[in-house]
Design a protein around this ligand. Sequence first.
Ligand SMILES: Cc1cc2nc3c(=O)[nH]c(=O)nc-3n(C[C@H](O)[C@H](O)[C@H](O)COP(=O)(O)O)c2cc1C
Length: 170
Amino acid sequence: MKIAVFNGSARKENTYALAEAFREGAEAAGHEVEVYQVGKMKIGGCLGCEYCHTKGEGNCVQKDDFEKILPAYKEADMIVFASPIYYFAMNTHMQAAIQRVYCIGKPLKAKKAALLLSSGSDGVYDSAIAQFKDYMAYAGIENAGIITAHGSENKSGSKLEEVREFAKSL
Ligand SMILES: Cc1cc2nc3c(=O)[nH]c(=O)nc-3n(C[C@H](O)[C@H](O)[C@H](O)COP(=O)(O)O)c2cc1C
């Protein structure tokens, strides 16, 4: 499978480690993986202007780094959202990366998706998980799995191994 991983963090720390562990496992299983660190990209929020659905014919009026990830939304067989939790939700960068897909409606080829979340505390995932599940149900994409890491689990050998094994099992 061609797998696109979107990492919402701007840092090379906890979410990055989850995304890289996923890459290692998936590549070991023979998948083609591209990780996009959307947290470091300049991606504006959707303006809701409807340019994409009228004159733009599927293209967004905003010319920014979303153009770097749009091909992945069109071509990937699997999408992985990896995000830090900010105030009980996926962070702003990830939200922008998710919501700008409005220009094409939903990922075009993806049959599977997964969610990787990193946080300081446990018990902070309800909103992110509900959004992911509802979005995947709407898009007709199978929820292949959700892995969370909080506190000392972040970057721990056992958690990264769990992510690797999950990615290998796809
Ligand atoms: C602005 C901000 C908001 C945060 N909000 C939460 C939160 O609501 N709950 C929580 O457990 N951790 C929260 N955290 C901690 C991060 O989720 C945690 O440090 C995470 O591992 C960071 O991932 P990263 O290293 O990939 O950036 C917050 C951190 C920041 C910077």
